[in-house]
Design a protein. Structure first.
Length: 503
RNA sequence: GUCCCCGUCGUCUAGCCCGGCCUAGGACACCGCCCUUUCACGGCGAUAACACGGGUUCAAAUCCCGUCGGGGACGCCA
């Protein structure tokens, strides 16, 4: 018995239907996220369906890459399908539509590709002569083995208006006469996207189709298809597009790695931050908040909160040339920094480990746990941790300019080398015996500064550079505690040595 | 070309449906100041937008029309 409950009242069943023709890109990821949020907010079901009917362009690597991306996002789904395994259903339904007189055979040879002759005299609607072919002629040619595509017989000349209410864009309508006779089956018998998609949506009882706005005008075709299938059309919600800074649609070919989800993962974005960022592109909680946890978003997410204007992913266009940190959208980076700071230290430490691993540094869990609090406010992306904390793990400091050891007063171009040497000597003596904990170091070193008639700044800089190999580093005492007495003394001695080259 | 969608600070957006509370709010970025042993975090502050033109109205970012601008769709791709 058919379920007559209107789709708007049923428990939602939504689907994310990527086609495996490349890696998962940010636009697709956002569509997935919005579907997930809608499903989870409404206690609905999330379906993942691989739309892999284009045998030519589908690759296994792409399937893997998509799963990899989705897994990283950490959002689950409840059911999984592959369109290529449902071919029989698609063909059977195409036959049924044909049998109902809603489709016809088109024997016109396939067009070679994307040249398209549509731009010259308005839109292409159908191949003349083919709609009107008599049943006999059509059957005869088919029986003779002439290849044909099956096309939807769009109602023409009846003044019929197709309409639907989009959950984001509102009331939409269009004259059926303006819709092309789209293909259902290709001449090789394979279903097209439109056919396979609608047949599966109907069969899987999808209640809400949430997808990119680039499908808005395709919806009329789909309405026609659901009708011919004898299925109630689901609700539609189209999402504004994600565009590049120049306003064009994000494309893998044109914009490169910045549109791939794995690029964000590899750069050290936290999935929750990435999701947070993507959600803010085209949706808003409307309460001036922007740092949100997944759970907070899920709790308040509604389609009514989605806007209609395209959103710019504001990456820098140096993206093609390098893996430049600055190439990411600044807000995404900021959100990531916020999420990093919101993470418990032990979890952050665990997340950081693979980045050190990849950089060839063995960071023991204990040491990493000690170092993490010192850098967590100093990194925006996880991978920033490596340059920020390398000196903790390197057995030998990378070479640095000894001049860094010498503090400069305002306006001075050359510092007092002798002073720097005195500082280091004093420090060496003091540090040889003082207990290596924060407060003792604080007290000892400040007293040492006083004894030299120095303020903290000029006292600490030579030590910091000696110990860290650079001027900018985490707070000195905590750093020294983690490094330990041996390492600190050794590095200060080396610094003293290198100072000689300046004398 | 035809059809469709969109147009608030540089960017993401609130406000628009149900005109007045909007001398347009928040966030990021940028700049400045404060905090401070460096860097960062944090705090404070500054600059910055209703695409344009007509209506309607006592009153328009909000309603209507037009213009311009941007985007999308028009495949035997998805």
């Amino acid at each position: 018995m058919p379920d007559s409950t209107p789709s708007s009242l049923k428990t939602p069943r939504v689907r994310f239907a990527p086609s495996p023709t490349g890696y998962l890109h940010v636009g697709s990821a956002r569509t997935f996220i919005f579907n997930w949020l809608f499903a989870r907010h409404n206690n609905g079901t999330m379906v993942l369906r691989l739309d892999d009917t284009d045998v030519e362009r589908n690759t296994e690597a792409s399937v893997q890459s998509i799963f990899e991306g989705l897994r990283w996002l950490g959002l689950n789904w409840d059911e999984e399908y592959k369109q290529s395994e449902r071919l029989a259903l698609h063909r059977q339904q195409a036959e049924a539509i044909f049998a109902r007189g809603r489709a016809y055979r088109d024997f016109t040879p396939a067009h070679s590709g994307d040249e398209g002759q549509s731009s010259t005299q308005g839109a292409w609607l159908c191949n003349p002569g083919m709609r009107e072919l008599s049943k006999e002629a059509s059957d005869r040619r088919a029986a003779a083995g002439e290849p044909f595509a099956l096309r939807y017989l769009v109602p023409r000349g009846q003044g019929r208006t197709l309409q639907f209410v989009d959950r984001v864009y509102g009331e939409q309508s269009k004259l059926a006469d303006e819709v092309e006779d789209f293909a259902l089956l290709r001449s090789d018998g394979m279903p097209t996207y439109h056919l396979a998609s609608c047949v599966d949506d109907a069969d899987l009882r999808i209640t809400h189709i949430i997808r990119g706005q680039d499908h808005l005008t395709n919806t009329y075709k789909h309405l026609l298809l659901f009708e011919a299938l004898g299925a109630e059309a689901p609700q539609f919600a189209h999402l504004p597009l994600l565009v590049a800074p120049d306003g064009s649609k994000l494309s893998k070919r044109k914009h490169g790695p910045v549109v791939s989800v794995t690029t964000y993962r590899d750069a050290g974005f936290l999935p929750q931050a990435f999701v947070n960022f993507l959600c803010l592109l085209g949706w808003s909680p409307k309460n001036d908040r922007d740092f949100l946890t997944l759970e907070e978003i899920r709790a308040v997410f509604t389609l009514e909160g989605v806007n209609r204007a395209n959103a710019v992913v504001n990456f820098t266009d140096t993206a093609l040339s390098s893996s430049d940190l600055d190439s990411f959208d600044a807000k995404a980076v900021w959100l990531n920094a916020e999420h990093i700071r919101a993470l418990p230290v032990d979890e952050l430490a665990r997340r950081l480990e693979p980045f050190f691993e990849r950089a060839g540094m063995h960071a023991s869990p204990e040491k990493l746990l000690a170092v993490t609090p010192l850098i967590r406010e100093r990194i925006k992306l996880l991978r920033d941790a490596v340059p920020a904390a390398d000196f903790f793990f390197l057995p030998q400091l990378a070479p640095y300019d000894p001049a860094e050891l010498v503090p400069l007063k305002k306006g001075e171009s050359t510092g007092d080398v002798a002073l720097a040497r005195r500082v280091l000597e004093t420090a060496l003596q003091a540090l040889a015996t003082t207990p290596f904990d924060h407060d003792s170091l604080d007290k000892t070193l400040r007293e040492a500064a006083a004894s030299l008639g120095l303020k903290a700044g000029p006292m600490f800089q030579p030590i910091r550079v000696a110990v860290c190999g650079r001027k900018n580093a985490p707070p000195l005492f905590e750093t020294m505690v983690v490094l330990g007495r041996e390492v600190c003394l050794e590095r200060i001695r080396q610094a003293e040595q290198s100072l000689q080259s300046l004398a």
